[in-house]
Design a protein around this ligand. Sequence first.
Ligand SMILES: Nc1ncnc2c1ncn2[C@@H]1O[C@H](COP(=O)(O)OP(=O)(O)O)[C@@H](O)[C@H]1O
Ligand SMILES: CC(=O)N[C@@H](CCC(=O)OP(=O)(O)O)C(=O)O
Length: 263
Amino acid sequence: MLAKLWVIKIGGNIIDHPEGLSRFLERFSYLKGNKILVHGGGKIATRIAADLGVEAKLVDGRRITDEAMLRIVTMVYAGLTNKQLVAKLQSHKCNAIGLSGADGNAIRAVKRPVKEIDYGLVGDILPNSVDAEAIATLLDHGFVPVFSAITHDGHGQLLNTNADTIAAALAVALSDRYTTSLVYCFEKPGVLRDINDEASVIPQIRAGEFEQLRSSGIIADGMVPKLHNAFEAIAKGVAEVCIGHADDVLLLREQQFGTRMIR
Ligand SMILES: Nc1ncnc2c1ncn2[C@@H]1O[C@H](COP(=O)(O)OP(=O)(O)O)[C@@H](O)[C@H]1O
Ligand SMILES: CC(=O)N[C@@H](CCC(=O)OP(=O)(O)O)C(=O)O
């Protein structure tokens, strides 16, 4: 039987709220088994960019990343945010090690080709470009990798890469070696039937139900690419994908966490 692995991504709203973030990190550190944390920090990057006089531009939730913005997101995601998360996890005796995709050549990407929109220095992760063996070596030695939303192209260029996509790519790549659960933690208790009613969590969504939920407007905004990533990950061998509140992360142990995506 394969060992268990949790690949857990925390959203920007969690990173932005110090109390909720502290609660999450303490609970995450109690979760038993192999685990990886993935984070972005889009909101902090937007704020720091404004302080530095750089305007943030997003299309469908993806950040247009010119040279100036790449410098900022690298400083914020791979620097400040990543190291703060690692230090806080260390305070809970969780042996976190902070990484970008460039470290250990863990995640390679290619600059997104220019079609209708030029996203600039944004990376797309290609199949087989995650070094599962290097990451498994860290896990097998008891480290908890903490990945920021920065990858590289192998030719010296750093690339800004969506954190949901990084989490899905890690989960897919490690699914041959571990029974892997991909978990998206955010500020709501799951995928909601009514966005204004926190009691309306949809317990399970099948791949075949996704399009209907999207076209009826029940799933919108950032939830659309998130669920798209989720079903793609399941199709590529990830054992389960769940979406729920960061406060509830320990409910994963009892399979009572948020919304579960199934084939
Ligand atoms: N049906 C839904 N249930 C829950 N959230 C939804 C739903 N439809 C749209 N959303 C929106 O999706 C957002 C989560 O996507 P996003 O902001 O990309 O996540 P993250 O916090 O991980 O970066 C929520 O904050 C919410 O506003
Ligand atoms: C290319 C791209 O869009 N990258 C994202 C990476 C951060 C991220 O994904 O952060 P959240 O999960 O907090 O939104 C961005 O810069 O916003």
